[in-house]
Ligand binder design. Structure first.
Ligand SMILES: Cc1cc2nc3c(=O)[nH]c(=O)nc-3n(C[C@H](O)[C@H](O)[C@H](O)COP(=O)(O)OP(=O)(O)OC[C@H]3O[C@@H](n4cnc5c(N)ncnc54)[C@H](O)[C@@H]3O)c2cc1C
Length: 434
């Protein structure tokens, strides 16, 4: 036993790496936590506050859903393109001036969902990534000492009627094929589960294994604090480029000096693509811009987060209040927010819960805009760079970054350790865009 322990320590010592993680959102902090558990030395490079408003991880819909395996691009989506261009109040919009630049990405996006066969492959890959996500988050939160942030009440997808539910039949069949567990909720049970719900909703699909995070930004901050307490260091700066000497990684140049390392993980969300380009990988990464409004003054007792399918928003009670998150807006990551889109979310809340009364004396709701880091095929980029095996990518998580962070972290830890992964990672390979 003692002998075995010594060998393990020696192996750990030989294998120990000095890793720089670029980006401290949910993906970067979860990776840091996984690498520390493997005995590596880790520095997180992050210019903002951990879990701060600059990160998509701050303002998301908080859903940890094993059902989030259906990509945005589905067969027949092209038919809706005219309405996306013409209706600036719809759930998905494209800002006209940005259309020419976005066109190549949008074409790839539409093609990715062109046939059922393509979508089925994407769904299978996402299922591998997400099927255990609720349990993995419970474990991660427990290790970080914030288990109370992950709530287990399930997640409820709302439909006006069975006709609307049947219109989403392909998505639910694909989910069922991947083992996603659901239960129908109707009548009195639905009213009791969601007090104040608009009468037009007659059917709920409860994801019994779904969870949500009570405070997505606070969760990131807590994981980061846990990492710092366990030996990670942080460099409060913006990474500029990776420094090499021949094939050897020697550090990361930042606007506040150099961080020495022998391996790099790129987890900078929407800002990741330039680092990949440095190593010969041209990843089509676009911002699917989203918004949230959060009302601190609405006392709605919403235990189970809901996603009304006619409104395409997530409504969830967080530590900060009642949050409505959603919208997909194509423009550019740098474009100014269109706060009308956030206000629309407030209107959708009232449409879902018509009896709600806001306290008009309280300040207006908190409004936020963030960038989902999205690839056209709806799959993240997790793998080694083309030109250097010690540069590892972990970005492009689009709509599922919170959900997928713990499994992504495990896959990155396996890459750093040269261990075979527990799932097929070829769908996530950066090479797929060659
Ligand atoms: C409205 C909305 C709702 C969503 N709802 C959900 C949901 O319910 N469930 C879900 O799973 N996902 C959801 N998402 C998606 C999810 O939020 C993202 O996929 C996820 O947060 C991405 O995490 P990340 O760590 O890759 O990026 P980020 O959280 O954006 O973090 C990247 C970090 O990198 C830092 N950075 C950037 N450039 C540099 C640099 N040069 N050097 C160093 N650091 C740098 C940034 O400061 C930032 O902190 C939603 C997103 C939006 C916008």
């Amino acid at each position: 036993m003692r002998h075995e322990a010594i060998i393990n320590r020696q192996v750990a010592k030989v294998a120990q790496r000095q890793v720089a993680v670029i980006g401290g959102g949910i993906v970067g902090t979860a990776i840091t936590e996984a690498l520390l558990r493997q005995g590596h030395k880790v520095t997180i490079i992050e210019p903002g506050a951990f879990g701060g408003e600059q990160a998509a991880s701050y303002g998301n819909g908080a859903f940890i859903s094993p059902a989030s395996i259906i990509p945005m691009s589905m067969p027949g989506l092209w038919r809706q393109v005219p309405s996306y261009l013409l209706n600036q109040n719809g759930p998905l919009t494209i800002r006209w001036p940005f259309l020419p630049r976005l066109l190549p990405w949008l074409v790839r996006f539409l093609l990715a969902g062109w046939s059922k066969a393509r979508v089925t492959k994407t769904v299978q890959a996402l299922s591998d990534l997400l099927s255990q996500s609720p349990a993995r988050h419970a474990d991660l939160a427990a290790r970080a000492g914030v288990e109370t942030l992950i709530h287990e009440e399930g997640l409820l997808y709302l439909y006006v009627d069975r006709h609307a539910y049947k219109a989403d039949g392909l998505a639910w069949r694909l989910r069922a094929d991947c083992g996603v567990k659901t239960r129908e909720v109707e009548g009195e049970e639905l009213r009791a589960m969601v007090p104040g719900l608009a009468a037009r909703y007659t059917l709920g699909i409860l994801l019994t294994e779904g969870r949500h995070c009570l405070n997505p930004g606070g969760y990131v901050a807590a994981i980061a604090q846990h990492c710092l307490a366990n030996g990670a260091t942080t460099h409060e700066s913006c990474a500029k480029r990776v420094l090499t000497s021949g094939d050897t990684i020697v550090g990361v140049e930042t606007d506040e000096g150099i961080v020495a390392c022998d391996a790099v993980v790129v987890a900078a969300g929407i800002h990741s693509a330039p680092f990949a380009k440095q190593f010969g990988d041209h990843i089509p990464l676009e911002a699917e811009r989203g918004y949230h409004v959060e009302f601190s003054d609405i006392p709605l007792d919403l235990k189970v987060p809901v996603m009304p399918q006619d409104l395409k928003v997530a409504i969830v009670r967080t530590a900060g209040g009642l949050r409505v998150a959603g919208q997909v807006e194509f423009a550019s990551a740098k474009a100014a927010p269109n706060w009308k889109r956030a206000d629309l979310l407030g209107e959708k809340l009232h449409s879902c819960f018509p009896g709600l009364v806001e306290n008009t004396k309280k300040p207006s709701p908190h409004r936020w805009q963030g960038n989902r880091p999205s690839t056209p095929d709806g799959l993240p980029v997790i793998g080694r760079s083309r030109n250097n095996k010690n540069v590892i990518y972990a970005f492009g998580h689009g709509h599922i970054g919170l959900n997928a962070a713990p499994m992504t972290a495990e896959l990155v830890a396996d890459l750093i350790a040269d261990r075979p992964p527990p799932i097929d990672t070829t769908p996530f390979s950066p090479k797929r865009f060659s």
